[in-house]
Design a protein around this ligand. Structure first.
Ligand code: CO
Length: 347
């Protein structure tokens, strides 16, 4: 039994969708422009995200209604929640100017959603990551307007996180003291991956693993300073499970693998992961591999593949001592969110 009560959690992984938005396709050039999400209200509490004229995802008012979210947080023992974009809005395949317009629209709507509880609903913005300059500008604008951090997709088409433009953006985020949350998205599609929910169950963990590998072997952690605070969703995907295999490859096939200064396991202290892994055994692996300082509660609220109650696994995991549990529930997130969280808590 715990000798001290576990604190309320900070949840670093949740999503929002606004209750409607302007036409995101306005100003798009060319008939081959990718489809943009549209909103179809079904009732006061339900809506459909439409994409290219087809039904993409059914959502409910917990996506946009602060009071619904706060009631769920109270029930789950969540003090504060990072509120990030839903990846279908990233728009990285659009022209940069249109993607910048979409990002600005969504980022302003996110502030409205979080406004009723600025110390509990902590907005993270999106940026047009396909254009480093535009991404840096929208990051600066959003942070000045009240966003505490940024969520990015784990790749932009064939460009991974070691792409020169994306590295420039990460350096700028570090310089601005803004935390970065990396979410897998745009998973590969094939007859084998399009069955069941294989894109979510196998594709997403592989995407995240690949992008952490790109940060390591692409030399990003060698080039970007330790002031970069970066967290990967879903426990970092399959990365932590395979550090031994990657280190062995780095040593044995350094002729093709060794672009990083050190083997992959050397860089585990340079990033964090969330704890939405649902089972005590992978959580133990994460804490053993990453350290209790590198794991934070995330829930993926309000989507069906998320954990409810948020942080429940961390609260009941018998192997955690009180100090580690407190770090994972609360302490690590306050470090990750940084000075803007502390300023916000004071207002
Ligand atoms: Co998510």
């Amino acid at each position: 039994m715990s000798s001290i009560p576990a604190p309320d959690a900070i949840d670093v992984h949740s999503h929002y969708v606004p209750k409607g938005w302007p036409d995101l396709g306005a100003g798009a050039s060319g008939a081959d422009a990718p489809p943009v999400p549209a909103f179809r209200l079904e009732s006061e509490r339900e809506a459909m995200i439409m994409l290219g004229g087809r039904e993409f995802r059914r959502i409910a008012s917990d996506c946009w209604d602060a009071q619904v979210r706060l009631a769920d947080m109270d029930a789950d023992g969540v003090r504060a929640q990072v509120v990030s974009p839903t990846p279908v809005f990233f728009s990285y395949a659009h022209e940069p100017a249109q993607a910048a317009r979409i990002a600005a629209i969504l980022n302003d709507l996110a502030l409205q959603i979080c406004d009723p509880a600025p110390h509990r609903l902590l907005p993270f913005c999106q940026v047009p990551l396909q254009d480093a300059d535009a991404a840096c500008r929208e990051l600066e604008r959003s942070v000045a307007a009240g966003h505490l951090g940024v969520e990015i997709g784990n790749h932009v088409g064939d460009r991974d996180l070691d792409d020169a433009g994306i590295v420039t953006f990460l350096q700028h985020a570090a310089w601005l003291d803004v935390p970065v949350f990396v979410h897998p998205w745009d998973m590969a599609s094939s007859p084998r991956l399009d069955r069941w929910m294989a894109q979510w169950l196998a594709g997403m963990p592989a995407e995240t693993h690949l992008s952490i590998l790109a940060m390591v072997l692409g030399g990003v952690f060698d080039r970007v300073g330790p002031q970069l605070r970066i967290c990967f969703a879903h426990g970092g995907g399959s990365f932590a499970y395979w550090t031994g295999r990657m280190d062995n490859a780095w040593r044995e096939r350094n002729d093709v693998v060794g672009t990083s200064e050190y083997p992959p396991s050397h860089y585990l202290h340079r990033f964090s992961v969330d704890a939405v892994v649902f089972d005590e055994r992978p959580l133990r692996l994460l804490v053993d591999t990453m350290g209790a300082e590198r794991v934070m509660v995330g829930s993926d609220y309000p989507y069906p593949l998320g954990e409810r109650p948020a942080g429940g696994l961390v609260r009941r995991a018998a192997f955690l001592d009180d100090r580690s549990r407190e770090k994972i529930l609360f302490g690590n997130a306050t470090e990750f969110l940084g000075s803007r969280l502390r300023q916000g808590a004071l207002r």
